[in-house]
Design a protein around this ligand. Structure first.
Ligand code: F6R
Length: 613
């Protein structure tokens, strides 16, 4: 994920900016750059590659500027290259800007600016921003007090999507302006200097005093002052907050572990994955694919192939692909698929899912599918990873780096992307009622807010975890799409708590597994499918009769009294309900592991990337 740092003060900005960028390296990036205000120009130094490469750029040592902005880029639009790196400047070299997030309407803005005579040097969405600021600046009384802010604000209000932006202007060498919307940015304050950053750790060594902006609030930073504005440019008051983190908790943004941080990052991760692909006006585009209706009409089966959690995301994806596209879809474990001579040919479309993009079995399965003539799509979270280079097409999840071994935000963003893919294919094939598709699109766009709502169950899940953490076995039940979440919930628990657990389709219990149920055993039911909820409740009653303790995750109105705990989650389309119902399950596994005093982020025997067979 991209990272922003900025400085305004009396010291040389460059060393501070480079240091800040190094602190942001853990977020993952492919290029880096900085801009400072020098005597008679704005300097711009950037390149693809590591932050340390910037130290070698000619002239970087002679930069004297005391105001500057810097950026690490994780490519989304346009390959990693010097041109696509940030900062970006306008055509007149008056403004320099860094941006995190995605500008959804950049094509439209780029066309508008091109028509007005502006040129573009990069393939990025971000380059429209400095030029749009310049466009409004020209219309104002240039250099008049406030005109940089007015132009900056006007440009930002034209942007659709998510963004945190910092800008500097040659005509206002004692200012830096920032804004954010659905993308992180913090302001660090000290008496004679101010800082900005995508997250607290990068500037924590300089200050412990922070300001936090809400969506579409602007801040003008001076050396010894910060003035805050709302989107109408009325001045607003903000409270400064003292942060008492130490260095290691800071890297985790204040969370105890990466896993918890990543669970809480899911609203942002989903927002980034949706990005341009689904817009408020109902447009769905997956520019990465160029499938025609005649080609897709020849496809008679789809395979989704992956390992572990990614395979569980595939199970949820199968449900929406079959329902929306009416193409039989199978989900296979990569290590099985590669050795069983699967019946695939040129009429098969194979989708490979891998967070890391480096899983050996998944890559081998992909090569096999290609050798049999199937078209292949890779879904990955890591730009340029092996799987993305092997596949015919590649679509990225943009969940940001996942550091905890147990996968959380990658799973939910994979399901979002599979749903968007299903919508895209169904729209080309015209296989589903547009009303159903339109409703699903609306539900997907509401997911980030609904995940935030779901995360509020954290405390009650934590308390329940305290009552069951010392148990030896647990069971997860569900029907339909809930059964796919039961599998993922069971895997999460095993991985990080070392408690033996099983997941079953609820109706399958009486065919054998119910023999394992005895007094006091914990059974977790996931009940979100309104058409199956009554049936699942009957199955769960069977375990209650045999003495089980029960936790229910549901979005239905059910009679609570017979269960030990019922956690209500928001309603959504059944196709994407796993994205909400898995959240309490991730927290459940997390709190049990913590209660047992285990290393949540690095569970025994497991590796983040399984590059061997
Ligand atoms: C579980 C987990 C693993 C991975 C699996 C595939 O929390 O992380 O099950 O999902 O090893 O990894 P990727 O997605 O990198 O191919």
């Amino acid at each position: 994920m991209c990272g922003i740092v900025g400085y305004i003060g009396n010291k040389k900005a460059t060393p501070i900016l480079l240091n800040g960028l190094s602190q942001l390296e853990y977020r993952g990036y492919d290029s880096a750059g900085i801009s400072t205000i020098e005597k008679d120009k704005i300097s711009l130094m950037k390149d693809k590659g590591r932050v340390k490469n910037l130290y070698d750029l000619t002239g970087i040592d002679s930069l004297e500027g005391t105001v500057g902005i810097a950026h690490t880029r994780w490519a989304t639009h346009g390959k990693p290259s010097k041109e696509n790196s940030h900062p970006h400047m306008d055509n007149s070299n008056t403004f320099s800007v860094v941006h995190n997030g995605i500008i959804e309407n950049y094509n439209e803005l780029r066309a508008f600016l091109t028509d007005k005579g502006y040129n573009f040097l990069s393939e990025t969405d971000s380059e429209v921003i400095p030029n749009l600021i310049h466009y409004y600046y020209q219309k104002e009384n240039k250099k008049e007090k406030g005109s940089f802010l007015t132009a900056f604000k006007n440009a930002c209000l034209d942007l659709k999507g998510s963004f945190s932006i910092a800008g500097i202007c040659l005509d206002f060498p004692d200012n830096m302006i920032v804004v954010r919307k659905d993308s992180p940015l913090v302001i660090g304050n000290s008496e004679t200097e101010n800082y900005i950053s995508s997250d607290i750790p990068a500037i924590l060594s300089f200050t412990k005093k922070f300001y936090f902006l809400n969506d579409l609030e602007f801040a003008v930073l001076y050396r010894d002052n910060i003035v805050f504005f709302d989107k109408n440019l009325s001045i607003i008051h903000k409270e400064c907050q003292n942060i008492s983190w130490n260095a290691s908790s800071a890297e985790k943004n204040g969370f105890d572990d990466y896993m918890l941080k990543e669970i809480y990052e899911q609203p942002t991760a989903i927002r980034e994955t949706i990005g341009f692909r689904l817009q408020e006006d109902g447009t769905c585009n997956l520019d990465e694919l160029n499938f025609s209706k005649p080609y897709l009409s020849l496809i008679n089966q789809i395979y989704i192939i992956a390992c572990g959690t990614a395979m569980h995301a595939g199970l949820a994806g199968k449900v929406c692909i079959e329902k929306l596209c009416k193409i039989p879809t199978q989900v296979d474990i990569a290590s099985e698929f590669r050795y069983r001579d699967p019946l695939i040919d040129t009429s098969t479309l194979c989708i490979f899912i891998s967070q890391s993009g480096e899983t050996a079995d998944t890559i081998a399965a992909l090569k096999l599918a290609r050798s049999k003539g199937a078209k292949t799509i890779a879904i990955s979270n890591v730009i340029g990873s092996s799987i993305t280079r092997e596949a015919d097409y590649c679509i990225y999840t943009h969940a940001g780096p996942e550091i905890a071994v147990a996968s959380t935000k990658a799973y939910t963003s994979q399901i979002v992307l599979l749903n968007i893919l299903a919508i895209h294919l169904a729209e080309i094939l015209e296989t589903q009622d547009p009303k159903i598709i339109s409703n699903l699109k609306k539900e997907i766009l509401q997911l980030p807010k609904k995940i935030e709502e779901t995360l509020k169950c954290s405390e009650v899940i934590k308390s329940f975890a305290k009552t069951v953490y010392s148990e030896k076995d647990m069971f997860f039940l569900g029907r339909g799409i809930d059964e796919t979440v039961a599998r993922e919930a069971s895997l999460k628990l095993k991985e990080i708590s070392y408690i033996h657990s099983e997941s079953y389709p609820a109706g399958e219990l009486k065919h054998g597994p119910i023999a394992l149920i005895e007094n006091g055993v914990t059974v977790i039911g996931i009940l979100t499918d309104s058409t199956l909820v009554e049936k699942s409740i009957s199955n769960i009653q069977e375990v209650i009769t045999r003495g089980a303790k029960t936790l229910i995750i549901t979005n239905q109105n059910i009679e609570n009294s017979m269960f030990d705990l019922v956690v209500k989650i928001p309603q959504t389309s059944p196709f994407i309900s796993p994205i909400l119902s898995v959240v309490p399950m991730q927290l459940f596994a997390y709190y049990i592991s913590k209660e047992k005093g285990l290393d949540v982020d690095k569970p025994r025997n497991l590796a983040k990337s399984v590059t061997v067979e």
